[in-house]
Design a protein around this ligand. Structure first.
Ligand SMILES: C[S@@+](CC[C@H](N)C(=O)[O-])C[C@H]1O[C@@H](n2cnc3c(N)ncnc32)[C@H](O)[C@@H]1O
Length: 367
């Protein structure tokens, strides 16, 4: 029977490995790779498994090991993100508006290289982009080459904070494009990356895309959402001590997948100007509930201002956003009364965003 490449890979996935032969260099590399996996050194494991495959005439033999390391190194959301047409179109439109000829563009966080390719297609004379994960960077390099832009786009396998002008960049860049945002904007360390880029890698009047971002919050009644992060009694047993293991911070999920009732209007809790330093902030927010009920969670989402007239959001009405929404469940539901004003605190430390009762969120600075 003739098997396709995918079928034989799946068959290989299910075939037990024989005992290791220490005289076989492939087996030695395989064993070292397994050791690296156990120590969670996934980049090293990837290199060792790839070397084993190169050593081996039937290179497909180590495909499942390589794939295990890749799975640990490359989160699945890359695919959903690349296929998020709304996101891609917004960036394409903004880049076309901002990037022109003779510009040096820096793209922080290459991923598969989309923003760099868009900048190159928009006429940039040179694009330098950096990617923290080696295997992603080398794949992006291949994509750039395949699409005919290898003479314009240079992919550097590095964290942006390790880039240096004169080494990785010929000079300070005229334009920065980046998409290192999580569902509540700051969770992928965009704040230190931008601060470093503005200080070390960009011209003083460089255009930064996106220009700014806003974060919104809305309280919802939803026992279903609450049950994603809390447990009480199960089959007559008291599971409440498990409460110590709940997430205090938001997690990402699609609000519309869960029965919920909004109790408040959305309110802006933070506004970030990416051309300025972003300092940790805590501040008080007042809202007036439009409905009475028990608030089990606060839902947060962003709106990015990419360029003039081009915005991008993961609001709950955008049910297809790969970012989904940021959901922070409240340890105990808050009782909200219609038309009865309520104060709460919103805090961020430059990476994490937290909402809490007016008296409870630890804060660093009151705005
Ligand atoms: C959300 S993805 C976006 C990828 C691509 N720019 C796009 O829009 O399709 C962000 C990528 O940036 C990388 N990354 C995040 N912060 C980085 C940094 N400071 N320096 C280099 N790479 C970074 C991550 O590893 C990830 O591959």
């Amino acid at each position: 029977m003739n098997l396709t490449a995918t079928e034989s890979a799946h068959l290989d996935l299910l075939t037990p490995r024989g005992p290791a032969d220490s005289a076989d260099p492939c087996q030695t590399l395989l064993a070292l790779g397994e050791e690296a996996m156990a120590q969670r050194q996934y980049e090293r494991a990837y290199d060792l498994f790839s070397s084993a495959a190169r050593f081996d005439a039937g290179a497909h033999r180590f495909r499942r090991e390589i794939n295990r390391a890749v799975r640990a190194l490359v989160p699945r959301w890359h695919f959903g993100m690349m296929n998020d047409a709304e996101r891609n179109q917004a960036y394409a439109k903004a880049i076309q508006q901002v990037v022109g000829e003779d510009q040096l563009v820096l793209d922080i966080g290459t991923g598969a290289g989309l923003l760099s390719l868009l900048a190159a297609r928009s006429g940039a004379s040179r694009v330098v982009t950096c990617e923290a994960v080696d295997v992603v960077a080398s794949t992006a390099r291949e994509i750039v080459k395949q699409n005919g832009y290898a003479d314009v786009v240079t992919v550097v396998s590095s964290l942006s904070t390790d880039l240096r002008v004169g080494v990785d960049l010929p000079r300070r860049a005229d334009v920065l494009v980046t998409e290192i945002f999580d569902c509540a904007l700051l969770g992928e360390f965009v704040v230190p990356a931008l601060a470093h880029a503005r200080r070390e890698l960009l011209t003083p009047d460089a255009v930064i895309l996106p220009r700014s971002g806003r974060l919104f919050a809305q309280f919802v009644e939803s026992p279903e959402l609450h049950s994603l992060n809390h447990v009480g009694e199960v089959d007559g047993f008291d599971f409440r001590p498990f409460a110590s293991l709940t997430s205090l911070e938001y997690f990402s999920t699609t609000l519309s997948n869960y029965r919920h009732r909004p109790l408040t209007e959305p309110v802006e809790i933070f506004r970030f100007d990416f051309a300025q330093d972003i300092e940790p902030t805590t501040h008080h927010v007042d809202i007036t509930p439009r409905e009475s009920g028990s608030a089990h969670a606060v839902v947060m989402w962003f709106e990015l201002d990419l360029a003039e007239g081009v915005t991008l959001s993961n609001s709950p009405s955008d049910t297809g956003s790969h970012w989904k929404q940021a959901i922070q469940t409240l340890p105990e539901p808050w009782r909200l009364e219609k038309d009865s004003p309520l104060g709460f605190r919103a805090a961020h430390d430059g990476q994490r965003v937290l909402v809490g009762p007016a008296h409870a969120v630890p804060h660093t600075r009151v705005r």
